[in-house]
Design a protein around this ligand. Structure first.
Ligand code: EPZ
Length: 434
């Protein structure tokens, strides 16, 4: 088992380069199923969600070649639909994109219910509603937790789908399924996240006809065939936001490069409100927390362009040490405050229920053994550990490795005292006794 060990209370200084966006990359990697040919994807983040997605694609017949550190060629010519193994699919949430992509290409799909972070109920009723609107027959009740999707004549037919709730996953899955449907599909109340737009751009460059991505109404006119392309994934706004908050929390100064500043506007606005200095450049942002008093604020998370729920825990780590009172209201998930108990172990003063948390800032946190209960909670604990006095040891870091490329190395380069430490698994060593 690996842990992250941090000796904190050191300001971060320097420059950090952001990797490709996890949530765009996972959608586009599965989107290559629709392109009958080879796609070359650049700016792929080196994270375990991507290696899991590659494992799933390889297991159904794709051939994946590494071109360079962040560029991969994916050939999905010989994919066999309905064959994704349960053990691989259950590891990651975004594996459900195989349903939309296989359905779009073959007119049938089958996969296990997906896994992913435990941040609340994660139903897929809106995905199913969309597939059914396109004429598919969806059986989500069979034993073993599989979703089985078929069509009468192997074809889907475009129609209108109104999403009852703004869902990133449902918007993406319906877009994937509809690319080759006969006629036009309209998704109303669609998610507007930059990763939805990135997937639409990728599919359009493969020959799809999608308009309106980035607005609440997306129109997909079916085409008969999609072809392979070279495509570069956009930078990860949540990784960027995490480092921006870390600069403020450690009273340091960081330039975060390879970003799209427009995607960071809500994080920038909140950091400015809290007293940090933020300067935007063409493809970088500079955040200064030194010589300023960070003060409390109010955040309500909401679908894009609202404040991202995936920045809730990191903001919480900053609010724990901001002057006065702060509050976060969670507007997307039911269970995003599990990190609060870990921050309290580090000396934070926080009251929370499932929907909101109130922070009374303390002067400083102190290091403690803590556990990453999900991906962004893990990022928050790293920020807390960097700002705290003493030593913080974080376990369950596989959650963090699902979504942050080389976070330890990147932070070390800007002055953090942070290490990956291998610790023998206690249960395993007990089993070996006698
Ligand atoms: C995506 O999850 C992201 N994951 C999440 O990022 C992110 O938190 C979330 O969008 C919201 O921005 C990926 O892109 C792989 P949703 P997704 O469908 O698509 C409800 C991270 O830390 N809902 O937009 O699963 C649902 O319960 C991760 O990187 C339904 O009710 O989220 C939630 O309350 C974690 N029925 C809300 O909608 C459905 O059919 C938003 O979920 C689907 C969703």
């Amino acid at each position: 088992m690996e842990k992250i060990v941090i000796k904190g209370n050191k300001p971060l200084h320097g420059s950090i380069e952001v990797s490709g966006m996890k949530n765009a990359a996972v959608a586009i990697v599965f989107g290559t199923i629709l392109a009958e040919g080879k796609c070359t994807l650049g700016n792929i983040p080196l994270i375990s969600d991507i290696s899991d997605a590659f494992d799933i694609l390889t297991s159904v017949g794709a051939v994946i070649k590494r071109i360079d550190k962040t560029t991969y060629e994916i050939d999905t010519t010989r994919i066999k639909p309905c064959s994704a193994p349960y053990d691989l699919v259950k590891k990651m949430r975004a594996s459900y994109y195989i349903l939309g992509a296989e359905l779009g290409r073959f007119g049938r799909a089958r996969a296990a219910y997906p896994g992913g972070c435990d941040i609340g109920l994660r139903p897929i009723d809106q995905h199913i509603k969309g597939f059914r609107a396109l004429g598919a027959d969806v059986d989500a009740t069979n034993p073993g937790g599989y979703v089985n999707i078929t069509t009468e004549d192997g074809k889907l037919y475009g129609d209108s789908v109104y999403l009852d709730i703004v869902s990133v996953g449902a918007t993406i899955n319906i877009m994937l399924a509809a690319c080759k449907a006969e006629g036009t599909t309209v998704i109303d109340n669609a998610a507007r996240e930059p990763h939805v737009v990135d997937l639409a751009n990728f599919l359009n460059s493969c020959g799809a006809d999608i308009s309106g991505a980035g607005t609440e109404m997306i129109k997909i006119r079916g085409v008969s065939k999609l072809h392979g392309v070279h495509y570069d994934i956009i930078p990860d706004m949540i990784e960027a936001g995490t480092y921006m908050v870390a600069a403020a929390a450690t009273k340091g100064e960081l330039t975060v490069t390879n970003v799209i500043p427009r995607h960071l506007e809500t994080v920038t606005a909140k950091l400015l409100e809290m007293g940090a200095e933020v300067e935007e450049y063409d493809d970088s942002v500079r955040v200064r927390g030194e010589n300023t008093e960070i003060k409390g604020t109010y955040v309500k998370t909401a679908p894009y362009p609202g404040f991202p729920t995936d920045m809730n825990p990191q903001m919480g780590a900053l609010m724990a040490i901001a002057g006065g009172q702060s509050m976060i209201r969670e507007g997307v998930w039911d269970n995003r405050f599990k990190y609060v108990d870990e921050l309290i172990r580090m000396g934070a003063d926080i009251k929370s229920d499932s929907k909101s948390a109130t922070f009374t800032g303390v002067k400083t946190l102190h290091g403690a053994p803590v556990s990453a209960c999900d991906l962004r909670a893990g990022a928050a604990l790293i920020i807390a550990g960097l700002s705290a006095t003493g030593k913080t040891e974080i376990d369950n870091i596989y959650h963090i490795q699902r979504g942050y490329e080389n976070i330890v190395g990147k932070l070390k380069n800007v002055g953090a005292d942070i290490e990956l430490k291998y610790v023998p698994d206690e249960a395993a060593s007990l089993n070996n006794v006698g």
